[in-house]
Design a protein around this ligand. Structure first.
Ligand code: NAD
Length: 281
C-alpha cells in the first residue's frame, strides 16, 4: 500500500516555511496578456507585475503609444520587466513572430491570458458576413493561435504553466437585449467556442502540467462601454444583475492572479463567472 498521506499531505500549514499567501506569488514567472492595452488586460498585467512576473503586454499597432507608456509605467511601479509587443492575434504570421519575440525578450512563458476580443457593431441576426468573419477571426481564431504559441513554448521548454481565456456571460446566455447598443450574435458564438476549447485543452494539456481555465465576465466597466450607453441603458443592463452594478477591472484582476498562480494549482477546465451574479438568473 502506498503512503497516501505522504503523496497528499494533510496539513501543509504545519510546516513553518509554508504560507498559503506565497502561492499567489508569480516571482520569477514570465507571462503575456493579449488585449493588454485594454481595461481588463492591463489590470491583469498590473496584478501579475505586482506579484513579481515579467509581462509582455500585447495589442494592435494603433495602440502602440498607449502600450509603450503603459509598459514604462508598470515597469517603474513594480520593478519588473514589462514589455510592449505589437501583434494582431488574428494574423497567423504576426502570431508566429510574437512567439519568437516572447522567447527572445522574456526567455519563456509560464502564464498566458488570451484575452483580446472585439464586439463589432452590427453583430445582430442580420449581420453581414464581414462582421461575422472579423469576430470569429479575432476572438476565436486569435485565442486559438495565441494559446498554441503559449502551450508550445511551455512544452518546448519542458515546464508547465497556466492558460486563461476570456469568454463572457454572452458565451453561456444569448444575452439578447432587443434594440440594445451592443448585440452579440457572432460574439456569443466565439465566447461559447472559447469556453469549450479551453476545457478541451484542460484535459489534453494536463499531462504536461499546463492548466487551462476560463473567465466569463458579465458587465465590466472596462472602458469599452463609455460613450456607448446612456443612463437608461446602463440601468436596464444592471437590472438583470443581482448586485445591481457593473464590475470594475480590479475585481477581475484578483481572479486572474489566482488562476495564473499556484493558488489554483488543482484547477483546470474551470469556468469562473465574474458577473455580479448575472448568470444566476
Ligand atoms: P477593451 O476594448 O478595453 O480591450 C480589448 C483589447 O483587445 C483592446 O485593447 C484592443 O485593442 C485589443 N484587440 C482588439 N483586436 C485585437 C487584435 N486583433 N489583436 C490584438 N489585440 C486586439 O475591452 P475589455 O472589456 O478589456 O475586453 C477584454 C476582453 O473581455 C474581451 O475579450 C472582451 O470580449 C471580454 N469581455 C468584456 C466584457 C465587458 O463588459 N467589458 C464582458 C465580457 C467579456
Amino acid at each position: 500500500m502506498r503512503d497516501y498521506d505522504a503523496i497528499y499531505p494533510l496539513d501543509k500549514w504545519r510546516d513553518p516555511d509554508y504560507k498559503v499567501m506565497d502561492k499567489f506569488s508569480l516571482n520569477g514567472k514570465k507571462g503575456f496578456v493579449t488585449g493588454g492595452a485594454g481595461g481588463i488586460g492591463r489590470n491583469a498585467a498590473a496584478a501579475w507585475a505586482e506579484a513579481g512576473a515579467d509581462v509582455a503586454i500585447v495589442d494592435i499597432e494603433p495602440k502602440k503609444g498607449e502600450l509603450e507608456a503603459l509598459a514604462a509605467e508598470l515597469s517603474e511601479r513594480y520593478g519588473v520587466r514589462v514589455v510592449p509587443m505589437l501583434c494582431d492575434v488574428s494574423d497567423r504570421e504576426q502570431v508566429a513572430a510574437l512567439k519568437t519575440q516572447l522567447v527572445d525578450e522574456l526567455g519563456t512563458v509560464d502564464v498566458a491570458f488570451l484575452n483580446a476580443g472585439v464586439n463589432v457593431p452590427g453583430d445582430d441576426a442580420d449581420e453581414p458576413y464581414e462582421v461575422w468573419r472579423t469576430t470569429i477571426d479575432i476572438n476565436l481564431t486569435g485565442a486559438y493561435m495565441t494559446a498554441q504559441i503559449a502551450q508550445n513554448i511551455m512544452r518546448e521548454h519542458g515546464h508547465g504553466g497556466s492558460l486563461i481565456f476570456t469568454s463572457s456571460l454572452s458565451g453561456h446566455n444569448a444575452n439578447y437585449i432587443a434594440g440594445g447598443p451592443s448585440p452579440v450574435a457572432a460574439y456569443g458564438a466565439t465566447k461559447a467556442g472559447i469556453y469549450e476549447y479551453a476545457r478541451y485543452l484542460g484535459a489534453a494539456l494536463a499531462p504536461y502540467g499546463i492548466r487551462s481555465n476560463v473567465i466569463s465576465p458579465g458587465y465590466v466597466w472596462s472602458g469599452i462601454h463609455a460613450g456607448r450607453i446612456d443612463d437608461a441603458v446602463h440601468d436596464a443592463m444592471i437590472d438583470v444583475v443581482p448586485m445591481k452594478r457593473f464590475g470594475c477591472n480590479d475585481e477581475l484582476a484578483g481572479a486572474l492572479l489566482f488562476l495564473a498562480s499556484d493558488a489554483s494549482s488543482y484547477i483546470t477546465g474551470a469556468n469562473l463567472q465574474i458577473d455580479g451574479g448575472y448568470a444566476i438568473y
